[in-house]
Design a binder for this molecule. Sequence first.
Ligand code: FSX
Length: 371
Amino acid sequence: MTQDNDALTVGQMLLKHGISRRGFIQYCTAVASSLALPPWMGPAMAEQLRSGPRPSVVYLSFQECTGCLESLTRSFSPTIENLIFNTISLDYNDTLMAASGEAAEAARNKAMQDNFGKYVLVVDGSVPTDAGGGYCMAGGRSAVDILREAAKGAAAIVCVGTCSAFGGIPFADPNPTGAWPVSAIVGDKPIINVSGCPPIPEVITGTLLQFVSTGRVPDLDEHRRPKVFFGNSIHDRCYRRPFYDQGKFAKSFDDEGARNGWCLYELGCKGPTTYNACATLKWNGGTSFPIESGHGCLGCSEPGFWDKGSFYSALSSAAWGKAGESTPLRVLEVGAGAAAVGAALGLAAAGSARLRQHRSEQQTDDETTGG
Ligand code: FSX
């Protein structure tokens, strides 16, 4: 984020940090492989990135706990973390940047003007719309206002975390701030959702690197998540799955089944309805993931995860059956309509009514299906 570095190409920046051309190609090849891209894409990505200026990234944070950024900066491999930060030009992030106040605002404005139409907008946190947007303000402006302005010149928006992707915990009942996901506010830009509370750091960096090196939005699922990371349920890839198939379930966290590593389904594990890469990429350098540590999956990468009932109640078969058509998809549809017709604070006025409608539809669905 220093001025000296602004003029450097990615190749020059990497050399400055002692990363060889060969090392960078190897890294890009590994990323391409993890993204299931053809083998030739790795070197192609590396060459494209090395020869050009670093793509500008503007990173906004709204209603969130900073867990997403903590996840990203605690990436298991400092090399990978450094690579992504050397590969992009992170022109604005109010937590990481040295500048503050007007200097920070000026840096954001400059990046947006200089790279209009080309920068990647990363957003974490949900967007509050009640109280005239007053629940989340920076520099005297509401989150809605800042988001809309930044979205105008963005090539694409990457929503990091369940809060920006689906509303997350701030959106949970009773949603006291009128929080919405980014897709409810911005309806005319490509949006890539990297959900999880927080997301897996390598999923964030892999998604960003793929987009900035190819300029293409990856294949997305119905919740706009990259299929390469969110294409399988936790249950599909869980090492405890054979116990499920044999009908061997832990009944409490300290019974013989738990000690034997049996399936945690009856203890409330949400793995069957949760799509993410935790069971394959794992966390902390591939050390473990919640199920491997003896606790069920909370389903944090799914829309509405906080309001779906107890984390410790077994999934009903009806809930499992509904997994592919989960209710929050409707929120996004409503949101897209709202983005088309609503001025920033007009949306705020309508937000609570829509939320009540959404909750009532969810309740009706649950009563109908017995979920
Ligand atoms: Fe939300 Fe992220 Fe959970 Fe926290 O930025 S997805 S509350 S880990 O911090 O937005």
